[in-house]
Design a protein around this ligand. Structure first.
Ligand code: NDP
Ligand code: 8X3
Length: 257
């Protein structure tokens, strides 16, 4: 008989597209109560009936800007009122902007990347951690990147932001030791989502070039890894998962057929 997961609750940030959306749907299909946040609320509104259809017994959505502390506070408070303290927090919201070198970049997007990918994760985790511990524990999953493990030219700040997540995960594991908190980083290689369009400021043709002639990961491929990590028995912590498309060995070696 399948386990009853209807009392289990997951919070997914950045669920208006890509990996976050796929993750929300994957948990819904397993019977979790699912709450989602992002800035594009119209996307979230369209996602809710799909989550219910997939099997989520209860759903919640609200506007969330992970860079904005008051937005995080309001979101978490509304989430808790609707679904309670989550068992699982998926810190997925993130982005890259541009591929310029440090010498050539204007530097405008550096702050945005750090604020979203690092401070956003810290804001969300800070806002929920105390209540998760008081509830008896939970699972915090970061969506990192191969870019956090291997830096590449034109990715300095994005790579640094994902590298920072590794340290944050390690500190968090030590800080919460014995308090039932599991911390996991799921680090994908190339995944075909809206990531490229965002990185190239809406230039779809440029974004498409990245995925030209390759079978990249899908959001659903990454979601499966997140779901796997979150659904191990409570005494098992998956520290990290590096998941790559078969055609990619590292950030520089990509086989284009
Ligand atoms: P998408 O662009 O498809 O999704 C990114 C999500 O993050 C969107 O839902 C977006 O929602 C949300 N987001 C961005 N900024 C904020 C913010 N300030 N507050 C709240 N939500 C925000 O890309 P992916 O699905 O690929 O990206 C998801 C994660 O995966 C990111 O952390 C990315 O770095 C990571 N990743 C992606 C890889 C890839 O190749 N695609 C590979 C490795 C890691 P909205 O704009 O509506 O706010
Ligand atoms: C996204 C993967 O290689 O474009 O994190 O940085 S990469």
């Amino acid at each position: 008989m399948p386990a009853d997961t209807s009392h289990k609750t997951v919070l997914v940030t950045g669920a208006s597209s890509g990996i976050g959306e796929a993750t929300a749907l994957a948990f819904a299909a397993e019977g979790y109560r699912v709450g989602v946040g992002a800035r594009r609320v119209d996307r979230l509104e369209a996602l809710l009936p799909r989550l219910e259809e997939a099997g989520a017994p209860q759903v919640f959505q609200s506007a969330l800007d992970v860079c904005d502390k008051s937005s995080v506070r309001d979101f978490v408070s509304a989430f808790r009122e609707a679904l309670g303290v989550p068992n699982i927090l998926v810190n997925n919201a993130g982005l890259a902007r541009g591929t310029e070198t440090i010498r050539n970049a204007e530097g405008i997007a550096w702050r945005e990347m750090m604020e979203t990918n690092v401070f956003g994760v810290l804001h969300m985790t800070h806002e929920l951690l105390d209540s998760m511990i008081k509830k008896g524990g939970g699972t915090i999953i970061m969506v990192g990147s191969v870019a956090g493990r291997q830096a590449y030219a034109g990715g300095s700040v994005y790579c640094a932001s994902k590298r920072a997540l590794q340290s944050i995960c390690a500190s968090l594991r030590i800080e919460t030791l014995g308090q039932g908190i599991r911390v996991c980083s799921v680090d994908p290689g190339l995944a075909d989502t809206e990531f490229g369009v965002v990185r190239f400021s809406g230039d779809q043709a440029k974004a498409d070039q990245v995925y030209d002639g390759i079978q990249a990961l899908t959001g659903a491929d990454v979601a499966e890894c997140i779901l796997f990590a979150a659904t191990r028995p409570p005494h098992v912590n998956i520290d990290d998962i590096l998941v790559m498309p078969t055609i990619q060995a590292d950030p520089w070696h990509i086989h284009r057929g």
